[in-house]
Design a protein around this ligand. Structure first.
Ligand code: F6P
Length: 343
């Protein structure tokens, strides 16, 4: 077969491990040719590609990012986008495409499948917000980075008797915030799924002080918002080709609010893209490798329109359309279960 591969959306650690696994099994086991399209869907729109070989993919397993490049290009936002993707497909005699991405890239893959393209999806994102899989690769690495940062901030918060606010990524899902906050022993965790009351945040911090702990760690997910009528304003800004606003800034807002309401010295740290860069954890390398091997097998089984997914300990196939129907967010009951650990 002739197999196309692309990586789209925000990059994350483990993408290269998928590419390597696909290429190894495609070439060595099946005798395929593998065409890597550059920068996500842009590669198919602009016919920008590299042939991938065993040689060209050597040594990439532990490397973060993606050797193919990535972008947030949406073929459905471009004139003749679908026709151009189909044209590139035919001109390379591609039998099927392995699209490695999150809800946006796989959302486009699902629509392109309905429009007649042979596509298999592989779920990636540090946000861990894709439905139909228990976990996405990249999440574990982001979690380790965020947890290590919280551990480091703890010691300086304690020395200076300060409140340290840590803003983490995750878009509209609180998985990184909740898990890094739990792992790092945060005193307050704020996630997008449950709008917060700034006065309640301050109450928890004051209670800690009253109990003889004059420092606190507040973990806030970038998509967290204040409850209506609680005197903090929401973020506004530009949107990308998939309609997502650029998030960020809630950490600094909290810094100002907490300091002015409690009188305790407060500082904010925004972890940002540090969470997405660098080498994947062993867990992410193994998961990404398993997903890559399953994806090339699925292509040879003609399982187009499906996504490889982790269910408990097994890699299984699910419908791409189910995976992108709704993002997977933190259930509020799950968040509330941990409330006893706050403050
Ligand atoms: O989806 C991954 C992610 O890192 C989100 O957590 C974040 O909101 C977004 O991408 C940032 O996107 P960009 O790199 O385009 O600024």
């Amino acid at each position: 077969m002739r197999i196309g591969v692309l990586t789209g959306g925000g990059d994350c650690p483990g993408l290269n491990a998928v590419i390597r696994a696909v290429v190894r099994k495609a070439i060595d086991h099946y005798g395929d040719a593998v065409i890597g399209f550059r920068d996500g869907w842009r590669g198919l729109l602009e016919d920008s590609f590299d042939e991938l070989t065993i040689e060209s993919t050597r040594g990439i397993l532990p490397r973060g990012g993606t050797i193919l490049g990535s972008s947030r290009t949406n073929p459905y936002k471009r004139e003749d986008g679908v026709a151009r993707v189909q044209e590139t497909f035919s001109s390379h005699n591609i039998d099927g495409l392995i699209a490695i991405g999150g809800e946006d890239t796989l959302g486009a893959a699902s629509r392109l499948h309905e429009d007649g393209l042979n596509v298999i999806g592989v779920p990636k994102t540090i946000d861990n917000d894709l439905a139909a899989t228990d976990v996405t690769f990249g999440f574990d690495t982001a979690l380790h980075v965020a947890t290590e940062a919280i551990d480091r901030l703890h010691t300086t918060a304690e020395s200076h008797h300060r409140i340290l606010v840590v803003e983490v990524m995750g878009r509209n899902a609180g998985w990184i915030g909740l898990h890094a906050g739990l792992a790092g022993g945060a005193d307050v965790i704020l996630i997008p799924e449950l709008p917060f009351d700034i006065e309640e945040v301050c109450r928890l911090i004051r209670r800690r002080h009253a109990r003889g702990r004059p420092f606190s760690i507040v973990v806030v997910a970038e998509g967290a918002t204040p409850k209506e009528g609680t005197a903090m304003t929401l973020q506004t800004g530009d949107v990308d080709e998939f309609g997502h606003p650029r998030l960020g800034g809630i950490g600094q807002q909290l810094e100002r609010e907490i300091e002015s309401r409690t009188g305790f010295e407060t500082r904010a740290t925004v972890l940002g893209h540090v969470q997405r860069g660098g080498t994947p954890t062993a867990f992410d390398r193994v998961l990404a490798t398993r997903l890559g091997l399953a994806a090339i097998d699925a292509a040879h089984d003609g399982q187009w329109g499906r996504m490889v997914a982790l269910h408990a300990t097994e890699i299984e196939l699910v419908a791409l359309a189910d995976a992108v129907a709704e993002p997977r967010r933190v259930p509020v009951e799950e968040y509330e279960r941990y409330g006893v650990l706050f403050g």
